[in-house]
Design a protein around this ligand. Structure first.
Ligand SMILES: Nc1ncnc2c1ncn2[C@@H]1O[C@H](COP(=O)(O)OP(=O)(O)OP(=O)(O)O)[C@@H](O)[C@H]1O
Length: 454
């Protein structure tokens, strides 16, 4: 049965392959969607000038403008329009990149069209449900985070997160880039009584000063050149939910004045209007800068600092919670296998040794990126050490004559380490570990006993 929501949801299909374009068109039409088609990126932009579409479904490789270029123009000029890029199987990585550049989702042509329909339906429903003409209401994460920890320090952080969740207190999260500040902000939101409402994240660093203000407070149609239509700002979009201001240390002193006023009064004015609108949001801010020093140097307003930091928490860098590495590594392998539709059968011992010993200056983000790359580059299910560019220096073994080992000792050490790594990768599942190692469960048990691993 066709859902009523579909009728008012407009989709523009863009591809230079007529056959595929028409196939998608008829599938979507038969599911009750309003559609139009364009055979190139340029034609799509012409149509967007004349008509508002909720979603642009575009091919990746097209003559003239490709799907990613089109996505970037749409995100810049029609930020309320969502984009889904579709592509052939060989280009999965590019499709994934499209999501990183702001695409709502991606679709591989060989996938069942039902999956595309599910994704579109999710989008159409969320739009209708919230009715806030905003791109912000969705939560793109289809895979959960991993917040299990063996680190005492991180346990305390999570504990504070749970305790403050329902208090509505403003929380300031500190920590190096990539440690998971946004993940932690989402964790607070999920544990709060606002969790059925929206979580809106704004990276203050990503915008110029003027654009940031328009992004935060919204604007009326015609408020400035280029303001073709009214835009709801993120404070307003976050009404009844949680607003996460990332990189708040990167805002100008002028924007800080406006932020302070809004946070104190819980009212906003869209640019180009002097009407005050009440907004009810829970505020979480984050920065990777030394905010205390910034306050001391008068680069960050002291009054704003006190306002946003009722509770302050610092997330430790990954190198200071190494005990969590095995679980995180396992999690990111599983996640990447799922996302890139690749099965990993074997991880070379040196790869695991590297992953467990590296110091991760880019923290969890870097670990995730390394694992994603390893999975993408893997052939026949094998993850190879040559695919780690950072490996230099970590894997060299010493040829110091004092420390030379017999072949037996070397083999024993290498085997122990390798079995341990695969056990970690398989979350200590014996059957899976034995399978990946190409030995029987009994042989695995014998090895574990021999090497003192059980
Ligand atoms: N506990 C976790 N479980 C799963 N993924 C995580 C976890 N922590 C971080 N990540 C992943 O690492 C990346 C960086 O996380 P996040 O954006 O939360 O860090 P951040 O500290 O806010 O970074 P920045 O300071 O650069 O904004 C994201 O892709 C996120 O999904």
């Amino acid at each position: 049965m066709v859902d009523d929501i579909n009728h008012s949801f407009k989709i523009l299909i863009v591809d230079d392959q007529e056959e595929y374009r028409e196939t998608l068109d008829s599938i979507l039409k038969s599911n009750g969607y309003y559609t139009d088609t364009a055979s190139s990126g340029h034609e799509a932009l012409e149509k967007l000038k004349k008509e508002k579409f909720h979603l642009v479904l575009t091919g990746f490789i097209m003559s003239g403008m490709n799907g990613i270029d089109l996505l970037e123009v749409i995100k810049r000029d029609y930020s309320d329009t969502e984009v889904i890029v579709f592509t052939g199987y060989g280009l999965v990585k590019n499709a994934v990149d499209s999501v990183k550049k702001g695409g709502f989702d991606y679709f591989i042509k060989s996938q069942d069209p039902e999956e595309l329909l599910t994704s579109i339906e999710r989008l159409a429903k969320s739009r209708n449900f919230k009715n806030k003409n905003s791109t912000l209401i969705k939560d793109k994460s289809t895979f959960p985070f991993i917040l299990e920890t063996s680190s005492e320090r991180f346990k305390k952080v999570l504990d504070i997160g749970r305790k403050v969740a329902n208090s509505n207190a403003n929380v300031l999260i500190l920590g190096e880039s990539g440690v998971g500040k946004e993940v932690f902000a989402r964790y607070i939101h999920q544990n709060s009584d606002r969790n059925s409402e929206i979580f809106v994240a704004v990276n203050c660093h990503a915008f110029s000063e003027t654009l940031l203000e328009s992004e935060l407070f919204g604007h009326e149609k015609g408020a400035f050149t280029g303001a073709h239509e009214r835009r709801i700002g993120r404070f307003e979009a976050a009404h009844e939910g949680t607003l996460f201001l990332d990189e708040i240390g990167d805002t100008s002193l002028e924007t800080q004045v406006k932020l302070l006023r809004t946070i104190e009064n819980k009212k906003i004015e869209r640019i180009g209007s002097n009407k005050l609108i009440d907004v009810d949001f829970r505020l979480i801010c984050a920065t990777n800068r030394d905010i205390y020093k910034m306050v001391a140097d008068s680069l960050f307003r002291e009054d704003l600092f006190y306002r946003i930091s009722t509770i302050t928490v610092e997330i430790p860098p990954l190198r200071e919670r190494r005990e969590d590495l095995p679980k995180l590594i396992n999690f990111f392998f599983k996640k990447a296998e799922f996302e890139f539709k690749k099965e990993i059968r074997r991880v070379e011992a040196d790869v695991m040794r590297f992953l467990l010993n590296y110091h991760y200056p880019g923290n969890v983000r870097e670990l995730k990126n390394i694992v994603e790359r390893l999975v993408i580059l893997s052939d026949n299910g094998i993850v190879k050490v040559e695919d780690i560019p950072e490996k230099k220096g970590v894997l060299n073994f010493s040829l110091d004559s004092e420390k030379i080992k017999t072949l037996k000792e070397f083999r024993r050490e290498a085997e122990t380490e390798y079995i341990q790594s695969i056990l970690t990768l398989c979350n200590y599942n014996m059957t899976e570990t034995a399978k990946k190692l190409g030995i029987s469960r009994r042989q695995l048990f014998n090895k574990l006993t021999e090497y003192g691993l059980r």
